[in-house]
Design a binder for this molecule. Structure first.
Ligand SMILES: Cc1ncc(COP(=O)(O)O)c(C=O)c1O
Length: 395
């Protein structure tokens, strides 16, 4: 099989990094659904362990199906290397535990994903790792919050659920200037819409449960970055153990092949839905970086190729009205995830941001009347008709 360096995500997703084609000429790669690997003799085992010949020992350490998807992801994110994990939270936990130690401080923003907030806020302090969450996205505020103990700058962009955009080039610069490793959760954007390594961000991680998998049928995660850092994280993963099962790795690889077409359709649907909601009398405010009225629209245009598939909006009414809307739509599933072919809808205060303290929720700007729609690839007219059902129920 010829190796090519493709430049476009659409092509990379299909042709880069697929290894282990069997001699029989199968077009799709096989699933190595095995927990362990056998050796011909001790010399063979030693050759594999010393890296003299390619091979695997045990699936918690490595597996050819995991390797295939890791190579694809590293290519998509334009980084040297990647690991895959058993969930997005496993990717985040492995990154933090692999790179930080007691006494270190993480600098992040107030509106990170609820599970990450929980990890940073409630769990890491037990290990002596603390987190400073600042309520601003202004890089000057970020920079002035850095102390000698700050070892990691951790961001999401677009943020969840208000779709704020952070200046990635500035953040990478600040990280380099102060010796802090920069990490981004790129789940919302996907490498189709945004490649943070273009701006100098070092570590890019994903909940592959979302767009990369794309079909609401796997839990998976990934971390990509420089080979040396990823090697450290691979060793951490081997000890902590949240390995991605080979079948889930294969489903992820299959999902990634259609990532670009799905994301293009989701970008288009989300833009049209955001425009429709902006003109609706029962909507107070729409959050979507593709709208010219979005405060970070110009920044989004400068660092994203598409604006993503998530649209949030505040109902003109109470938290109870938002709940009525979410319960009254029919096609959209009331489910706490995103990035799938089917549209999902949530009220963030009852799902992704349930674990936030009231004070932190307020600091993050997440109100009771906020609704988040994670747009799928259905026809836009059916999506709008479903929203009409939700609005009708508010009368
Ligand atoms: C932005 C973001 N990061 C990470 C995660 C965690 O991923 P997982 O559920 O795959 O552990 C989620 C899950 O919703 C998420 O939305």
């Amino acid at each position: 099989m010829k190796k090519q360096n493709y430049r476009h995500a659409e092509t990379i997703a299909i042709h880069s990094g697929v290894t282990g084609y069997p001699d029989r000429g199968a077009v799709a790669p096989p699933i190595y659904q095995t927990s362990t690997f056998q050796f011909r003799n001790t010399a063979h085992l030693n050759d594999v362990l010393s890296g003299k010949v390619e091979g695997d020992l045990y699936t918690r350490y490595s597996n050819p199906t995991q390797r295939a998807v890791e190579k694809t992801l590293a290519a998509l994110e334009k980084t040297e290397s990647a690991i895959v994990t058993g969930s997005g939270m496993a990717a985040i936990t492995t990154t933090v535990l692999g790179l930080l130690k007691t006494g270190d401080v993480i600098l992040t923003t107030a509106d990170i994903y609820g599970g990450t907030y929980h990890l940073f806020h409630d769990f890491l302090p037990r290990l002596g790792i603390s987190t400073l969450m600042i309520p601003s996205h202004d890089p000057r505020d970020l920079e002035s919050a850095i102390t000698p103990e700050t070892k990691m700058i951790y961001v999401e962009s677009p943020t969840n659920p208000l779709l704020n955009i952070l200046p990635l080039r500035e953040i990478a610069r600040i990280g380099k200037a102060h010796g802090c490793i920069t990490v981004i959760d790129n789940t919302f954007a996907t490498p189709v819409n945004q490649t943070p390594s273009d701006f100098g961000i070092e570590i890019i991680l994903h909940s592959a449960t979302k767009y990369l998998g794309g079909h609401s049928d796997i839990l998976a995660g990934a971390v990509t970055g420089p080979a040396k850092v990823i090697e450290t994280l691979r060793n951490t993963l081997r000890i902590l153990g949240p390995t991605l099962d080979p079948f889930a790795a294969w489903l992820m690889l299959r999902g990634i092949k259609t990532l670009a077409v799905r994301v293009h359709q989701q970008n288009t649907n989300a833009m049209k839905l955001a425009e429709y909601l902006s003109n609706h009398p029962k909507v107070r405010r729409v959050y979507y970086p593709g709208l010219p009225s979005h405060p970070n629209h110009e920044l989004a245009k400068s660092q994203m190729k598409g604006f993503g598939g998530v649209v949030s909006f505040e109902i003109e009414g109470s938290g109870k009205d938002a709940a009525t809307f979410v319960e009254s739509v029919e096609m959209m599933a009331m489910a706490p995830s995103l990035g799938a072919v089917e549209t999902l809808i949530t009220q963030p205060v009852t799902t992704s941001h349930r674990s936030f303290t009231l004070e932190d929720r307020k600091r993050a700007g997440i109100s009771e009347s906020l609704v988040r729609i994670a747009v799928g690839i259905e026809h836009i007219e059916d999506l709008i008709a479903d929203c009409e059902r939700g609005f009708a129920a508010l009368n």
